[in-house]
Design a protein around this ligand. Structure first.
Ligand SMILES: *[C@@H]1O[C@H](CO)[C@@H](O)[C@H](O)[C@H]1NC(C)=O
Ligand SMILES: *[C@@H]1O[C@H](CO)[C@@H](O)[C@H](O)[C@H]1NC(C)=O
Ligand SMILES: *[C@@H]1O[C@H](CO)[C@@H](O)[C@H](O)[C@H]1NC(C)=O
Ligand SMILES: *[C@@H]1O[C@H](CO)[C@@H](O)[C@H](O)[C@H]1NC(C)=O
Ligand SMILES: *[C@@H]1O[C@H](CO)[C@@H](O)[C@H](O)[C@H]1NC(C)=O
Length: 671
């Protein structure tokens, strides 16, 4: 009898469960943009209500199984109806009361969480006060002894007052898979890169403590090679003889598929050993490193796919096969991909910089960055070739080194009487950006790749070009005393009135062809004359947007008293030592958080939706971050710090390419 009765009840339960599931998933995807959306809260409650009603009715029907079908149906319906009416009233009340409000600004939380994370990190990076403890720390972390000449490195670091003795995990991450290749194979692969100028890579040779540039290198990148040679020369006497291949392009080069690189990493992990019977690098004779030929070798491991889409051919290969980046293609590029942004976001704010740099949950980036849409110069390989690069996107296996651009200060923080860097509060409260359309090449085909590029997107949003932006979220006070906040979608035309920006492309449109040049010139008019780099210090807020590769200006921005805002796919050698929300303000590449983030610091006062609103400014917080970034940069991003990082990297590399690498290591000799 109950089985028959329960048909209706079970349907209710199933329906309720389905509704709950639907509401929870909807709520979750909405909450990427609006964590306190009343829609999601109340829908979720509604779903739970239905589920409870269904379950109670089911239980009741079981109790009533001695009654007639008719009666039970009757009672059950009455019960469900009463329950629903009660819960609906409750739910409607919650809708009205809860609204999409918050009592604290999410950025407050992000800042304080980042601060405690940074102080923890700082301790981990700087624990060794003696060579002995640095060695022990190294062994604990990486499961092998440090490389030969580690004592020389340690002395160098101490002499130059390094604040970081132990925090070099980036080097370990970059080099680990190379342990799966034999030293001879790595040497040969280096040769095949630098023996053919078409590869856009320069060979740098270290012989008996002297650094030279290999023959047949293009002269266009003189500054880069001079900087590299200058940097390595500081410590070359402690390095074994070796050849290195430096990427001359901005774009990263090596993307080994996940299925291949993961086993290589595991192999690298297995070669751990704490024995170090040999403390000196092998003496290399010339024949260990094949000479770079005068007559170029014509074979190349690289494949050129410049000016084409690269995400699905190269960019996503480092992700697991079942990841969104490998499985999903986003065809509807006009809509915002909530599931792509949610994992690393809190509302429109970027909450986790590390995760935001992981593209595996972000298939929409295929159409949102110059590197993936149409890189200007892109020659890549899917085999593990040793290429030293200045920056890379997630999933690439290039070896990061400190950029010579920063080392020789091509863009220098150099305030003067004419261009003073005044205290933060005295600066012009404007978000400032100048740059060119250099992120990728928009060649005038049917696609118009520039429309998806990161720089173009941000400048479009910041200027509300043509009024074609969708409304963007702002967190506004929702009660009179300002104690509650609520997300509202605000037309960008209104935002540009309330929040001052000065963000423009300079001069003329670069890296374009056909109609894409004229269209961009029209879209981004007026193009402005180039500014003196030292003009930046006039402004409180400096925007840093990815171009084709590493950022040439981020370090000077950090060094200044201004506050940098950074949106980036690329990661550089310093990524582990700088903490977002403590030293700079991170932004999502999609730009959805630009206005809400800027509004938090700058404050907003004006008329919106027919009423006067005021968002409290957080200039004290802004100044604190600007100052913390400046002070921390003066401690860990000095030229000396670049040398120290590079020194350690090349000692590791020297061991990796040594035939006796498994028995090589530094050990403290007990006296
Ligand atoms: C290497 O340099 C040292 C010291 O500068 C010098 O004495 C030695 O002869 C050099 N060896 C070779 C093979 O050039
Ligand atoms: C290497 O080994 C360490 C510890 O044994 C482990 O934490 C790490 O995840 C491993 N890495 C890889 C890539 O297997
Ligand atoms: C390298 O050569 C030097 C001098 O030629 C010699 O003293 C040293 O023992 C050699 N090192 C190794 C590891 O063979
Ligand atoms: C950011 O995400 C990474 C990877 O999921 C995680 O390990 C880390 O704890 C997160 N950091 C914060 C501050 O939540
Ligand atoms: C924006 O305005 C320019 C000039 O008024 C026009 O050429 C262009 O097509 C417009 N773009 C869009 C997307 O409407």
């Amino acid at each position: 009898m109950p089985q028959v009765l329960n048909f209706g009840v079970l349907t209710t339960v199933l329906l309720a469960t389905f509704t709950t599931f639907l509401t929870i998933t909807t709520a979750a995807s909405w909450s990427a943009l609006y964590p306190f959306s009343h829609g999601s809260v109340s829908l979720a409650l509604f779903g739970i209500t239905l589920a409870l009603a269904g379950i109670s009715a089911y239980l009741r029907a079981q109790i009533a199984d001695d009654r007639t079908v008719h009666t039970v149906f009757h009672r059950r319906h009455a019960w469900i109806h009463t329950g629903l009416i009660v819960m609906f009233t409750f739910w409607a009340g919650i809708w009205v009361l809860s609204s999409n409000t918050a009592s604290a600004h999410p950025i407050d939380g992000l800042i304080s969480r980042a601060q405690s994370q940074h102080s923890k990190l700082q301790k981990q990076m700087w624990t060794s006060r003696t060579l002995g403890s640095a060695v022990k720390m190294y062994q604990n972390r990486y499961g092998r002894p440090p490389p030969p000449n580690f004592d020389k490195w340690y002395t160098y670091a101490t002499m130059h007052k390094s604040h970081i003795n132990d925090g070099f995990d980036g080097i370990h991450r970059d080099l680990l898979p190379f342990y799966a290749l034999s030293p001879e194979e790595i040497r040969h692969r280096t040769w095949s890169i630098i023996s053919n100028p078409w590869n856009d890579a320069a060979g740098v040779l270290i012989r008996n403590g002297t650094v030279t540039v290999a023959p047949n290198v293009m002269s266009t990148h003189k500054w880069m090679l001079e900087g590299i040679v200058e940097m390595i020369s500081k410590f070359a006497e402690s390095l074994p003889d070796m050849d290195l291949a430096f990427n001359l392009n901005d774009e990263c080069r090596v993307s080994v598929p996940y299925e291949i690189i993961e086993p290589m990493r595991r192999t690298g992990n297995k070669t751990r050993s704490l024995l170090a019977p040999q403390q000196k690098f092998s003496n290399f004779t010339a024949d260990k490193w094949e000479p770079v030929p005068e007559e170029p070798n014509s074979w190349s491991p690289f494949r050129e796919i410049s000016w084409q889409q690269t995400f699905h051919r190269v960019g996503n290969k480092g992700c697991p096969p079942n990841s969104h980046a490998r499985r999903d293609r986003i065809w509807d590029t006009g809509t915002f991909c909530h599931t792509c942004a949610r994992p690393h976001s809190q509302g429109p704010f970027l909450a986790n910089w590390t995760l935001a740099g992981d593209i595996c949950h972000q298939p929409d980036l295929a159409d949102q960055h110059g590197l993936y849409l149409s890189p200007a110069a892109f020659k890549s390989t899917s085999e593990l070739y040793p290429v030293f690069s200045q920056s890379k996107a997630h999933g690439f296996n290039d070896i990061l080194y400190p950029s010579a651009w920063n080392y020789i200060e091509k863009a220098k923080y150099n305030p003067s009487d004419e261009h003073p860097d005044r205290p933060f509060l005295e600066k012009d409260s404007t978000l400032f950006w100048r740059g060119t359309t250099s992120e990728g090449f928009s060649h005038g085909g049917y696609v118009g790749q520039w429309r998806g590029m990161n720089r173009q997107r941000f400048i479009h949003i910041a200027n509300d070009v043509n009024g074609t932006n969708p409304p963007m979220p702002l967190l506004l006070p929702s009660s009179n005393d300002g104690s509650r906040l609520a997300y509202k979608q605000v037309p960008v035309s209104k935002l540009v009135e309330l929040l001052p920006t000065d963000a423009h492309f300079v001069d003329s449109i670069l890296r374009c062809g056909g109609s894409d040049c004229g269209q961009q010139a029209q879209e981004f008019a007026p193009l402005v004359p180039p500014a003196d780099f030292q003009d930046h210090w006039k402004y409180k807020y400096l925007l840093d947007l990815d171009g084709a590769g590493f950022s040439g200006r981020f370090l000077p921005f950090l060094q200044s008293r201004s506050l940098p805002f950074k949106a980036a796919l690329f990661r550089e050698w310093w990524d582990d030592r700088i903490t977002p929300w403590v030293h700079f303000v991170p932004l999502d590449l999609r730009g959805q958080g630009l206005w809400a983030t800027f509004a938090y610091f700058h404050g907003v006062k004006g008329n919106l939706f027919g009423r006067n609103i005021e968002i409290q400014a957080h200039e004290k917080e802004a100044e604190e971050i600007a100052t913390a970034g400046r002070e921390w940069a003066a401690q860990v991003l000095r030229k000396e710090d670049m040398e120290i990082y590079f020194f350690r990297l090349l000692l590791e590399w020297g061991r990796l390419v040594d035939d006796r690498r498994d028995s090589l290591g530094f050990a403290v000799v007990d006296t």
